[in-house]
Design a protein around this ligand. Sequence first.
Ligand code: UD1
Length: 352
Amino acid sequence: MKKILTVVGARPQFIKSFAISLPIMTEFADRFSEVLVHTGQHYDHELSGVFFEEMKLPEPKYNLEIGSNSPGKQVGLMLIELEKVMQAEKPDLVLTYGDTNSTMAAALCAAKLYIPLAHIEAGVRSFFYQMPEEINRIVTDKVADFLFTPTETGVTNLSREFLRGEIVNSGDVMLDVFQGFFQRLNIEKTDKGYILFTLHREINTSRDNLEIIAGFLARVGQNLIWPLHPRAKKYLTEFGLLPKITANPRVSLIEPVSYLEMMKYLSGANRVVTDSGGLVKEAYFMGKPCLTMREETEWPETLAGGWNSLVGMDPGRIIDGLKQIPEGKCAIGQFGDGQAARKILEYLNGRI
Ligand code: UD1
């Protein structure tokens, strides 16, 4: 029996870890055990607890309760606490997902303690180095022993970086979760004519950018639903922009929602407008046209046929984009076959 220590900390990681934790508890229960560590990077119930409840994830054995801080202090505190946990648990493998500060802290800590490290969602690149997530990805991939990419693009990106770890295109665990939930719940795809909107990235929540977006939302002529991330809410409040947005009756600002609720909102949407990396893919999996409020994407596959378009933080480009009709079908097979978790665990079996 091999012990896997999984480190999660932020909303998208709880969703991704469900894909792996479930087969560890069932199909692979005789080969692997899992110790779940929550860094506490996300601590609001809507960003954290609700996912453990809804997905019936095992309660983390450790919650390090690090919380919000400057990036250096947040990662530093994570390193101090993770080191204690890893030394006490002596796992055969540390497993981490994606690109958050929790991901990079887990990777550095495992590397310093010479514990083998698996990175799920390896090889994802935006090539935009002012994005905290890009640094987290590069550092994590550099020290990982097992790099599981969601797509072939990930393999190509990694092949240019002279890495020592083993690279495997496992497919995307987010597709596993997406397909698993849809099969179980039979959510129907409709078009209720609204835009599903999200925005939270550090670079997009500057005063200038939020003023631009508030101007767009004050005038938008289509119904729009925005589950508000705490970071966006904090800055919209601080800059006094909320009244301007809420004056438009077409705009509904709601609290952050659970995975299932989000999928329900997505299934009824006409368009998605977002700066999230995860929602872009979920829109693609569901065949909903998406506009990305950035100048680059980690998911070039989604751009084909106009299913996803880069529109920056530019209301003119957003409005033009809303009129475009995508062509052809979404090629979901580029993200695997919904069995990424099984491939990952089968690969690790016998190697650790
Ligand atoms: C983090 C990830 C990002 C991911 C996102 C998903 C990093 C660098 N970024 O961004 O890749 O897409 O999670 O949501 O790791 N806050 C709360 N309550 C919480 C958590 C955060 O109010 O439970 C507020 C705090 O004001 C905090 C701010 O949100 O300062 C930012 O939180 P942080 O975890 O640093 O980054 P996210 O923007 O959530």
